[in-house]
Ligand binder design. Structure first.
Ligand SMILES: [Zn+2]
Length: 487
């Protein structure tokens, strides 16, 4: 008999998981505001007969003794994050600090009531784990870890005491979005901010213009980096460097992109030219727009490059500031650096110029480097640090987490694949992702762990339309139950 039947059939499984999920969703729990959620988890784990603990960061752990007779089995850690990206719907009045998401079931999906994102990422995986523990599935020695602040740079996982991981053999992370897909490697990340004091002076030219590049698709700096989209910050830098070869152009302002995490979809700069050179500028923008449209083709149908007159500013950037900032925007690596050595369809290393702006009289240039392997990371970091140094910028802020390169032979993956085939009749796909996942941070604290990440189907995570098809829940529960039993 398969695990779905042993757990009471598909309806029973879905109802059990939904009840657990509703209870987990009953209070606000966006990143950095998980205190009440953590308290609920402690109480819930106590009701399961466990003695959970919470660390100073808010992470929760509990040991689950093996089913009698299975004490000598390998130690498995089941791990998920308790925080969510709580996105309110425009005009809903929903306040992520005080309002809890309201799960509803509609048309075969678990979704929110439309006022916020759902938080199935990652509480649906957590709900399955908690529900299975109550069902008496046989298992070896288990540890549970529920982290905080995953969605804000994996920072809860970074604070987990290595003792919570030591001596364990396997770690199964439940923070996946695709049933039937096991992730075996993820990228490390380094969010870099390079800074340089802004020096200004009076303009020499007489005519001022705002140049803008607009209409890019943008996208996620990891998930979308291989799609050949325009990086508007990078192109703005190229436009300005090209113009400066033909005309003495002074820079009065520059702003492109919005965060490390997004490919810049637009940007603008205020420039000052000698009298009478404005007509040439408009022509140059039109021809740059043509170049961009030809280069990006159907991928980027809405690119616009325009110039419009603006009042003459009182100050412009000093010549070295302008020259060096534009040089750095061109010399930081941008795009796909290497594909993954074991998953050739997945990007293994990339960098994305994320934002250029002026804040508190400093020019900031921000980039996000992502690498599964340390070798690529070191090469890109070195290239970036050299480029910044020669442009007079210094690394003023950096936040990084390690990559999870994965292993050629991973017994946890073998078990997951075998159980999934047996329980569903389908093959499990094994892949890598080019974003950050908590196993990368946790695995660094115990390099002997064999790790994998797999979750139920979740669509549009972090968006108001976030939803999970109920149909994937029984198979996911059967996968976890079968894996607990088999290890
Ligand atoms: Zn997640």
């Amino acid at each position: 008999m398969g695990w779905i039947e042993r757990l009471g059939g598909p309806e029973g499984v879905i109802a059990g998981i939904l009840a657990e999920f509703r209870a987990l969703s009953a209070r606000p729990h966006s990143s950095g505001h998980e205190a009440e959620e953590g308290a609920y988890l402690l109480a819930r784990l106590e009701r399961l007969g466990l003695s959970p603990r919470r660390d100073g960061a808010g992470n929760v752990t509990a040991l689950v003794p093996a089913t009698p007779g299975r004490e000598g089995r390998p130690v498995l850690i089941l791990q998920g994050h308790m925080d969510m990206v709580c996105t309110p719907a425009a005009g809903s009045g929903f306040d992520p600090r005080t309002d809890a998401p309201v799960p509803v079931v509609e048309g075969g999906y678990l979704r929110s009531d439309g006022r916020s994102s759902l938080g199935a990422d990652n509480n649906l995986g957590n709900a399955v784990v908690l529900w299975l523990l109550e069902q008496g599935v046989p298992h070896g020695p288990l540890r549970l870890i529920f982290t905080v602040s995953e969605e804000t740079g994996l920072s809860g996982a970074a604070q987990v005491d290595p003792a919570w991981l030591s001596g364990a053999d396997f770690l199964l992370n439940t923070d996946g979005f695709h049933l039937g897909v096991a992730v075996a490697s993820s990228s490390g990340g380094r969010r870099e901010t390079y800074a340089r004091p802004l020096e200004t002076c009076s303009p020499r030219g007489q005519e001022a213009f705002v140049l803008s590049i607009l209409g890019g698709l943008g996208g996620h700096s990891g998930d979308d980096i291989h799609r050949g989209r325009m990086n508007a910050a990078r192109e703005l830098g190229a436009l300005l460097r090209g113009l400066r070869e033909a005309v003495p152009l002074e820079l009065a302002a520059l702003e492109a992109g919005s965060s490390y995490n997004a490919i810049p979809a637009g940007g603008w700069a205020a420039v000052v030219l000698p009298a009478g050179r404005g007509a040439g500028l408009e022509r140059a923008c039109a021809s740059f727009q043509e170049d961009l449209r030809r280069w990006y083709g159907a991928q980027e149908p809405h690119i616009q490059v325009c110039a419009r007159r603006t009042p003459l500013p009182e100050q412009v950037w000093s010549e070295p500031c302008a020259r060096d900032c534009l040089a750095l925007m061109g010399s930081l690596f941008d795009g796909v650096y290497a594909m993954h050595p074991r998953f050739p369809d997945v990007v293994g290393a990339s960098a994305s110029l994320g934002r250029v702006c002026v804040e508190e009289a400093r020019i900031l240039v921000q980039s996000f480097v992502r690498c599964a392997q340390q070798e690529d990371a070191l090469q890109l970091f070195t290239q970036h640090d050299r480029a910044a140094q020669s442009a007079g910028f210094s690394l003023s802020r950096v936040h990084s987490y390690p990559g999870w390169p994965g292993e050629a032979d991973n017994p946890l993956l073998d078990t997951l694949c075998r159980v999934y085939r047996r329980e569903t009749g389908r093959e499990m796909a094994v892949t890598a992702v080019h974003v950050g996942l908590e196993p990368s941070v946790l695995g660094e604290k115990n390099p002997k762990l064999h790790m994998a990440s797999t979750g139920p189907d979740i669509l549009d995570a972090h968006a108001v339309t976030e939803r999970a098809p109920l149909a994937s829940l029984p198979d996911y529960a059967a996968l976890l139950a079968g894996t607990l039993e088999a290890l």
